[in-house]
Design a protein around this ligand. Structure first.
Ligand code: CP
Length: 311
């Protein structure tokens, strides 16, 4: 096999992207949303596969539709029906992807699985969620905030409340890359990953943002412009009654939301566990932008594919 190209561009984590690249991508997402026809041939003659080891609704459908709208051919694969189901390794499978495909979009458990794929092929590899990161979701959420003229607003207060997981890790990285402050309200037992904290501490020195991690959810949400949450029990983890009990004060409900600014926007990457991390009253309220977030996955990912495949 040909040596892996040094300048090969993947999308494995937002850590690998500069502030300028992230801003470019969210601006491009807006242009694509406003003029989809202009970008309808970017993936002509390109074959891009989705390899999903975990369930997905939004990511899978938005990528499949997005690839088709960009003129490409999309193959939907799952590891159980490939020889991976009988033990063929990620590395060997990646070498086969390299022979047939122009790109692969992977949802898997360990971040190292996707890194193994990326280091064994010359085609672009996109992270569609691992246990550690969900960069496609956060790229799209940054676009949503940008589109609503919130992202670069003076004194913008963005608060994430709830469990520490791949969404929070990617939010912390994305906001830090852009130099935008972020507040986290989390239980002391479920604080962000130490490696992520040390990474953002070091990045913040140059990007200049503040990351505030508080255990008091009311204080975290106080005067926020946006409150974001995600499920408390992530895919692949066993349900924990104790964890649900511990996180109860972090539920976005009418009482917690009342501490934020009037008409603060409510975000959730979905799927939601209604009445756990968020009440239906709040999720379905006029301030909720969760359905816009879901729709914008399409444009943010089309922007990413356009960036990766434009000459
Ligand atoms: N937010 C998100 O990634 O949704 P899916 O799991 O349905 O793809």
């Amino acid at each position: 096999m040909e040596r892996i190209k040094k300048n090969k561009k993947d999308f494995l984590t937002l850590k690998d992207y500069s502030k300028e690249e992230i801003v470019y991508l969210i601006e491009l997402a807006k242009k694509i949303k406003n003029n989809e026809e202009k970008y309808s041939k970017i993936l002509k003659n390109k074959n891009i596969a989705l390899l999903f080891d975990k369930p997905s609704t939004r990511t899978r459908i938005s990528f499949e539709v997005g690839i088709n709208q960009l003129g490409g051919n999309c193959l939907v694969l799952d590891s159980k029906s490939l020889q991976m189901g009988r033990g063929e390794t990620y590395a060997d499978t990646a070498k086969i992807f390299d022979v047939y495909l122009d790109g692969v979009i992977v949802r898997t458990f360990k971040q190292e699985n996707i890194e193994t794929i990326a280091s064994n092929c010359n085609i672009a590899v996109i992270n569609a969620l691992t246990d550690l990161y969900h960069p496609c979701q956060i790229l799209s959420d940054l676009f949503t905030l940008f589109e609503m003229n919130l992202l670069f607003k003076k004194d913008f207060k963005f608060t994430y409340v709830g469990d520490s997981n791949n969404i929070l890790n990617s939010l912390l990285i994305g906001f830090t890359k852009l130099g935008i402050n972020i507040t986290v309200g989390c239980h002391e037992k479920y604080c962000p990953d130490e490696n992520i904290i040390s990474y953002i501490k070091s990045e913040s020195k140059s990007s200049g943002n503040e990351v505030n991690i508080l255990n008091d959810p009311m204080l975290a949400v106080k005067d926020a412009d946006v409150i974001y949450t995600d499920v408390w029990v992530s895919m692949g983890n066993e349900e924990s009654t104790q964890k649900i009990y511990d996180l109860k004060p972090y539920q976005i409900n009418r009482n917690l939301a009342s501490a934020a600014k009037k008409n603060a926007k409510i975000m959730h990457c979905l799927p939601a566990h209604r009445e756990l991390e968020i009440t239906s009253e709040i999720l379905d309220s006029p301030d909720s932008i969760v359905w816009i977030q879901a729709k914008n996955r399409l444009y943010a990912q089309k922007a990413l594919l356009t960036y990766l495949y434009s000459d």
